[in-house]
Design a protein. Structure first.
Length: 257
């Protein structure tokens, strides 16, 4: 159902069962998948593709031009997967040709009110951005990560799988997988134990990750020596520890500690 006051360009592709509320604006070249619900006063700009069964609440701005000084109106994209929830006043921007040319959002994510996702970000699945969480450009967020309210993440940072960033946190370096981070300049405070238990991580895996955390982040060894030591330990066979080590070894901005 499309409300009669909505402005929908005839060249937009709207699948069956899509609902579009009063006074929303859908530009040409937009694709909206089946079962998606668009609230009132939503603007969806050209270059946006939205998957199935998403919910976009009132006053959200979807696929707006990137806030990048180098942007000159090039054709870029915002790709949104299935079953995402986008609450009031959320802003999701397209990519730039200086990045990937597209901002990509996976499935089953939850963007709470006033959250912002900047150009060229890559967001996985089942990620939560709480109220007012802000992502600068070119950020990678792996699955199941949670970004607390009023937190800000510096451009080009990476947030690992199952990481938890508490509210009012400033992230300037990469946050490793499975970790809890907090502070005006984010510091690690151990494993995201509550989140990992909620996702049914085994006690054996938790013990391995805790041991890896102590060796890497709470010993006097250099990062290189700590990674080498874990590689010689039995815990290195644990897939989650392997992912942690791989994330650290491929970090470009450096790791929060």
């Amino acid at each position: 159902m499309i409300h009669p006051t909505a402005i929908v360009d005839p060249n937009a592709e709207i699948e069956k069962d899509v609902e579009i509320g009063p006074y929303s604006v859908i530009e040409k070249g937009v694709f909206i998948g089946p079962g998606t619900k668009i609230g009132p006063h939503v603007v969806i700009r050209e270059g946006t593709r939205i998957g199935k069964r998403c919910q976009i609440f009132q006053f959200a701005s979807i696929g707006e031009a990137p806030q990048a000084f180098a942007y000159r109106g090039e054709k870029t994209y915002l790709l949104i997967g299935d079953q995402n929830i986008v609450r009031e006043y959320v802003t999701l921007h397209r990519g730039t040709i200086h990045g990937n040319g597209k901002t990509v959002i996976g499935n089953n994510n939850y963007f709470m009110a006033y959250a912002h996702v900047a150009h060229d970000c890559q967001i996985g699945n089942q990620v939560v951005l709480a109220n007012g969480a802000t992502l600068a450009g070119h950020i990678l967020i792996e699955d199941y990560a949670i970004i607390g309210g009023l937190s800000a993440v510096h451009q080009f940072c990476q947030i690992g799988i199952h990481a938890f960033i508490s509210g009012l946190t400033g992230v300037t370096l990469d946050i490793p997988p499975y970790m809890l981070a907090s502070g005006s300049r984010a510091k690690l405070f151990g494993l995201n134990t509550v989140g990992l238990k909620r996702h049914n991580f085994s006690e054996e895996t938790l013990r391995a990750l805790k041991k890896a955390y102590r060796i890497i982040f709470r010993s006097s060894m250099t990062l290189e020596k700590a990674v080498q030591k874990i590689g010689e330990d039995e815990i290195s066979k644990t897939p989650e520890v392997q992912h942690l080590l791989n994330f650290i070894q491929h970090s470009k901005r450096g790791i929060s500690r």
